[in-house]
Write a protein that binds this ligand. Structure first.
Ligand code: ATP
Ligand code: MG
Length: 299
């Protein structure tokens, strides 16, 4: 297959995906194609559905509607064997790191190799050392998660995500809580894995410096819907729009601009202020007359 063909082939594709918890839709008609070898950054406010989207993509949550294909497999209808084959191709760095506390870092990183391969213990030990070295933790191999810092836990989680040399890597907030240097190192690692090994990366992040450093494309989620997916350069242009040109932007572009710049004022904060408190509490619009008032008296 020619390189340009390979690049234009989606490795993950979501079509009109919906997911509800307790009857409330948190993902609502999501459509997205992720191309082989690209790094896509997924952004959005807290609660917009980023982690849920990730869990739908890796098959740890089942969608209520729509189709999800990953590495050629329709995950809604896959057998357990097919799902396991997909799991071998993907690595996930969860938001919390998700290490097993009763295992040393080396044992945590070895786990996917023990579970999914027939490799000899000596080979596994070498693989574990290579992965821990990659994230700068080789000398801490025998420590337990409770004995290391938050940033080290993140890096250990990344070493475990890399254990099976995955083709697709998912990162949920890889640099949250890290110091700027460690954060830049993680960015460098994401870029290297993508450029040198052709890994496809899906990165959820709030860190804008990091997002702009690593992204080929960026996707903006808003209340469970995909607001926009564009090349990084497009987002850079929106972020850097100043003065009278801001007035020429569409509503969505202005909303995205505020998010990218972290401005304290703009459409996002205006919308929050305009949200009816009762609606916010109860999760659905209420007729005005049925909104309880603290001043109402009965009888
Ligand atoms: N297992 C669950 N049960 C019920 N509700 C859930 C569950 N998981 C997520 N939600 C809800 O779905 C919505 C989206 O959550 P999600 O974790 O995807 O947000 P997020 O964009 O990752 O936010 P953050 O930036 O804070 O991590 C939230 O309202 C959340 O409370
Ligand atoms: Mg999240």
């Amino acid at each position: 297959m020619a390189d340009n063909e390979r690049a234009s082939e989606p490795v993950i594709s979501l079509r009109n995906v919906a997911k509800a918890f307790d009857g409330k839709r948190v993902i609502d008609g999501l459509t997205l194609d992720i191309m082989r070898g690209e790094t896509i950054v997924v952004m959005g406010g807290s609660g917009s559905g980023k982690s849920t989207t990730l869990r739908l993509m890796i098959g740890s949550l089942e969608a209520n509607e729509g189709q999800i294909h990953i590495a050629g497999t329709d995950i809604c209808c896959a057998t357990e064997d097919e799902l396991n084959a997909v799991r071998k191709k993907i690595g996930v760095l969860f938001q919390s790191g998700a290490l097993f506390n009763s295992m040393s870092l080396a044992e945590n990183v070895a786990l996917p190799l023990v579970e999914h391969t027939e490799l000899d213990r000596e080979i596994i030990d070498i693989q574990v050392k290579i992965k821990l070295e990659l994230v700068g933790l080789r000398e801490h191999a025998d420590k337990y998660p409770s004995e290391i810092s938050g940033g080290m836990k993140k890096r250990a989680g990344l070493a475990r995500a890399l254990a099976l040399d995955p083709q697709i890597l998912f990162y949920d907030e890889p640099s949250a809580g890290l110091d700027p240097v460690t954060s830049a190192e993680i960015d460098r690692l994401i870029i290297d894995l993508s450029k040198k090994l052709g890994v496809t990366s899906i990165v959820i992040t709030h860190e804008m410096d990091s997002a702009f450093a690593i992204a080929d494309r960026m996707a903006m989620l808003d209340k469970g819907k995909m607001l926009l997916v564009e090349k990084r350069e497009w987002f850079e242009r929106i972020r850097d729009t100043e003065g009278a040109d801001v007035e020429k932007l569409t509503d969505n572009e202005r909303l995205i601009r505020q998010f990218l710049r972290g401005d304290a004022e703009g459409p996002i904060t205006d919308r929050k202020a305009a949200t009816n408190y009762a609606e916010d509490l109860l999760g659905s619009p209420m007729p005005r007359e049925s909104i309880p008032s603290v001043f109402s008296t009965r009888g």
